[in-house]
Design a protein around this ligand. Structure first.
Ligand SMILES: *[C@@H]1O[C@H](CO)[C@@H](O)[C@H](O)[C@H]1NC(C)=O
Ligand SMILES: *[C@@H]1O[C@H](CO)[C@@H](O)[C@H](O)[C@H]1NC(C)=O
Ligand SMILES: *[C@@H]1O[C@H](CO)[C@@H](O)[C@H](O)[C@H]1NC(C)=O
Ligand SMILES: *[C@@H]1O[C@H](CO)[C@@H](O)[C@H](O)[C@H]1NC(C)=O
Ligand SMILES: *[C@@H]1O[C@H](CO)[C@@H](O)[C@H](O)[C@H]1NC(C)=O
Ligand SMILES: *[C@@H]1O[C@H](CO)[C@@H](O)[C@H](O)[C@H]1NC(C)=O
Ligand SMILES: *[C@@H]1O[C@H](CO)[C@@H](O)[C@H](O)[C@H]1NC(C)=O
Ligand SMILES: *[C@@H]1O[C@H](CO)[C@@H](O)[C@H](O)[C@H]1NC(C)=O
Length: 801
């Protein structure tokens, strides 16, 4: 064993010997070679070498200084940590006295910059201290020294001047890490986390404000701050390590701990480096130390040692072990210092109409706190009060409970720690399982289109994504629609359709020459007629104005959309006429009782229970359009005029002329212009994607109108604040005077619970932020009383609710 070690060392000793002198003359270079023999420049003793070190990725090299006589070849300085170079790269002491690293293509990667004097070096030397220098014979100081530009390590005799910094590296490579050891210009020596050049509050402080001026690694084996009065303050606490027998170094490690190490020289054993001492004693606690936190040059605590939302527990040799709360995971699974993020949806956005207390659970984490980032303090509180307060507070992510005081936190929280000495218990709020995946059920439906299947699967993931993806879906659908139109101008009579093709003449007769007008739709007039479908039955014939380009588009859309749908709450299309390009007619089932607008705002109001049934019917129809048919259809024009009632007063949605539009810019504008005041969702007027939530908004308005039997906007209201029903309803709901809304409808007033539920549902649908609105399926569940309905917030963000 010992023998093989000697054999290993032998060539190195010979090499150092063979080189004899260590002054490197101008024009000399080293090339990084994969063969392993990189001929470094060694110090006279052979203890240190300067040259290329191969990295873990064997095709990359680091220009470095290392301990050359020990098996580990520990690196103490490096030039190109951020940019390792490949085989064939070269470091050269040029003939004009510059030290330059260039990559295999000859591009300069790094150079030893002499900023003080632009004198030319005459030689370079690897010194026995581990300092690599460039010198000029008639100058007393060196032109450049690796000791003056340290990386993460100090060696005995090395000095850090005011402003000097050691930067830790990453755990797995030599890129710059997260921590610094610095001698600040104010004289204090500190350890601090650093994020993109900004140093956060220190977790170690030497208390040498205005007095310290140098940090020195004493050869006898400790690091200290020299003060101007000649006294010293020890940073590390050394033993006696005779330089003849020991190597030493002090390194700010990737975990933020500044450690002093020693290594026996000429050791036969493979003991390696041993830790002599380290600071701080307890890195997890130290950030919570108020003295250190109140550093004048720091304006924030940052994330602490372990990153946001994590906690730190002390391991051996001062090592921080970082952990995540339950149901949280590391942002970078390979990096425990990257911080944590919740694996579930935060806040109360999804299922908001439920009491927040029903959405979440509390998991207890003993001996843990995040002392610095609480936003609310409640006392005296018991544990259950603390839990319930956090559960019912949408902002609260974690509560800290110490037996008397309950402190609540919101994301992100920082400087977490876990130790037996911490008496606080952390109450972590996590989403109840089962509710997370709620939206994903949509994807289980058998969609004919693979595309939609894939996209809607993604929809389950988050509200934000929902929003973006719905927009994408709409655009894609629209694109497909366009393509379909092009290739199939006349394919509607295909076998899939139950639609009957009728001639213009037939329809002219059926309507007795378009005599009895039923109403006017968005692009044409509707007439009553009778058509033979086995038996003679009444129909509504919509004659579309062929002159208008839009009329043509609407005809096709309506035909295409409605022929794919079949639901008892949608008006059924029975046939159409598309003759010779001149006539465009659509034939619907005849709806005995006209439009909802007619009966709702007419003289005799429908009864409370009938109205509730209307709401159910319409919600079911919209749910079908949004979620249950083969493609998602957004109606885009939900209003009482477009809801028709059959002989049994079943409400059915009609007029799909605008449904195609989805996200197309052109139709968006058009609908905005046409949309009846009060029914149009606010996002139409913004430059945001349109989703099925626009129908939810319109449904919200419609529902209020159904509840109150009045139009949303009334010019001659009793007083000003009653003019807009949606605003008034919110006020009444908040102030608990829903009776005001109902005039003399005793059935409704006697059914206050249902009334309140319906008003709340409509206010949820009217939320300005589409993501806060429930989807139609959820609305249906709420209407049925399956889901509890929580008090909605003010629908608009900026008004005077
Ligand atoms: C390197 O050159 C300098 C300047 O001439 C000289 O002082 C020093 O002794 C030389 N070092 C070695 C090891 O030859
Ligand atoms: C090693 O580095 C080379 C050059 O940058 C790169 O192409 C290669 O993918 C790396 N290999 C590994 C295993 O990371
Ligand atoms: C070093 O690792 C960090 C984190 O793992 C990474 O962000 C960085 O890009 C790496 N640097 C290099 C030069 O590979
Ligand atoms: C430095 O050395 C150069 C020759 O190498 C000489 O010409 C010059 O006078 C010297 N300068 C000083 C200040 O000694
Ligand atoms: C600093 O540490 C050294 C070595 O452990 C010790 O000899 C010296 O007394 C200490 N100085 C102070 C001021 O604590
Ligand atoms: C190393 O091994 C040799 C031979 O086995 C022995 O003579 C020498 O004392 C050992 N040195 C140390 C430092 O253990
Ligand atoms: C984590 O490390 C493993 C193995 O080194 C690697 O395969 C995986 O891609 C890494 N994951 C990430 C997210 O970097
Ligand atoms: C935060 O931690 C520090 C240090 O442990 C402690 O002195 C302080 O009282 C704590 N603050 C609170 C609000 O608990």
């Amino acid at each position: 064993m010992a023998f093989t070690h000697i054999l290993k060392l032998l060539p190195l000793l010979v090499l150092a010997d063979a080189q004899g002198h260590s002054n490197i003359s101008l024009g000399t270079s080293i090339t990084a070679s994969g063969a392993g023999d990189n001929n470094p420049w060694c110090s006279p003793s052979g203890d240190f070498a300067f040259g290329f070190q191969r990295l873990e990725n064997k095709s990359l090299f680091l220009l470095a200084i290392w301990f050359d006589k020990i098996p580990e070849k520990t690196i103490v300085w490096y030039a190109n940590g951020e940019k390792p170079v490949e085989q064939g790269s070269r470091v050269e002491l040029t003939s004009d006295g510059k030290l330059v690293l260039s990559d295999s293509q000859g591009r300069e990667i790094w150079r030893a910059d002499d900023q003080v004097n632009s004198r030319e070096a005459e030689y370079a030397a690897m010194l026995d201290t581990g300092n690599f220098v460039l010198g000029n014979r008639n100058m007393s100081t060196y032109l450049w020294e690796s000791f003056k530009v340290p990386t993460d390590t100090m060696l005995p005799t090395q000095v850090l001047e005011l402003g000097g910094t050691l930067d830790s590296r990453q755990e797995r490579n030599y890129s710059r890490g997260r921590f610094q050891f610095r001698l600040l210009n104010d004289g204090n020596t500190v350890l601090n986390p650093v994020v993109s050049e900004f140093g956060y509050a220190a977790y170690y402080l030497s208390h040498t404000f205005q007095t310290g001026y140098q940090v020195v690694f004493k050869e006898s084996g400790y690091v200290c701050v020299l003060r101007r009065d000649g006294s010293i303050v020890n940073v590390t606490r050394g033993d006696i390590f005779p330089p003849a027998d020991f190597y030493q170094r002090a390194t700010i490690d990737y975990d933020g701990v500044f450690r002093q190490y020693s290594h026996k020289k000429n050791s036969n054993s493979s003991e390696g480096w041993s830790i002599v001492s380290f600071i701080p004693n307890n890195i997890c606690d130290s950030v919570n130390d108020a003295r250190i936190h109140l550093q004048p040059q720091n304006d924030g605590g940052g994330s602490g040692i372990c990153g946001y939302n994590s906690f730190c527990s002390l391991g051996t040799n001062g090592k921080p072990n970082c952990g995540c709360p339950p149901d949280y995971s590391f942002i970078d699974p390979n990096d425990s210092f990257s911080g944590c993020r919740p694996s579930f949806l935060q806040g109360c956005r999804v299922d908001e109409w439920k009491a927040p207390g029903d959405l979440f659970d509390i998991i207890e984490l003993p001996n843990t706190d995040w002392n610095l980032t609480t936003y609310q303090r409640l006392q005296p509180y018991d544990e259950n009060q603390c839990k319930s307060s956090c559960l019912n507070d949408c902002l609260c992510s974690v509560a800290l409970f110490d037996g008397v005081v309950c402190r609540k936190m919101t994301l992100p929280f920082s400087n977490g720690r876990q130790s037996a000495r911490v008496k606080t218990q952390a109450l972590i709020k996590v989403r109840k399982s089962g509710l997370i995946e709620r939206g994903a059920q949509i994807s289980e439906k058998k969609d004919r289109s693979m595309l939609i299947k894939v996209l809607s699967g993604i929809l389950g993931s988050s509200i934000f994504l929902n929003f973006l993806f719905l927009a994408a879906v709409c655009r894609v659908l629209l694109y497909i629609n366009h393509k379909n139109f092009k290739k199939s101008d006349r394919v509607f009579a295909d076998s899939e359709t139950n639609l009957r093709t009728l001639s213009y003449k037939e329809l002219e007769e059926a309507t007795q020459g378009f005599k009895e007008e039923l109403g006017r739709g968005s692009s044409g007039i509707v007439y009553k007629g009778f058509v033979e479908f086995g038996t003679r039955r009444p129909v509504a014939v919509k004659k579309i104005d062929r002159v208008l380009q839009e009329g043509e588009i609407e005809f096709k859309t309506e035909l295409r959309v409605i022929r794919q749908t079949h639901h008892k709450n949608l008006v059924q299309l029975l046939g159409f006429c598309e003759e010779g390009g001149a006539y465009r007619l659509l034939v619907y089932e005849f709806m005995e009782n006209g439009s909802l607008a007619g009966i709702l705002f007419g003289n005799t109001q429908p009864k409370w229970n009938t109205r509730i049934k209307f709401a159910h019917d319409i919600a079911k129809g919209l749910t079908y359009l949004h979620e249950e048919c083969n493609i998602q259809i957004i109606h885009c024009d939900v209003k009482p005029q477009n809801i028709l009632l059959d002989d049994k007063f079943t409400a059915k949605i009609s007029d799909f002329g605008l449904a195609k539009s989805l996200a197309a810019n052109q139709s968006r504008t058009r609908t905005a212009i046409r949309g009846t005041r009060g029914y149009v969702a606010p996002e139409w007027f913004r430059n945001t994607p349109i989703t099925s939530k626009v129908d939810v908004y319109s449904f919200g308005v419609l529902l209020l109108e159904i509840i109150c039997c009045r139009k949303n906007a009334v010019q001659e209201a009793r007083n000003e604040y009653e003019e807009i029903l949606t605003d008034w309803a919110y006020d009444c709901c908040v102030e608990g005077r829903l009776i005001d809304l109902m005039e003399n409808d005793h059935d409704a007033i006697n059914d206050m619970k249902t009334l309140e539920r319906l008003v709340k549902i409509s206010l949820w649908c009217l939320q300005e932020d589409p993501s806060r609105r429930p989807n139609m399926k959820e609305v249906t569940l709420m209407l049925q009383g399956v889901d509890e309905v929580h008090m909605p917030p003010c629908p608009t963000s900026n008004s005077i609710c």
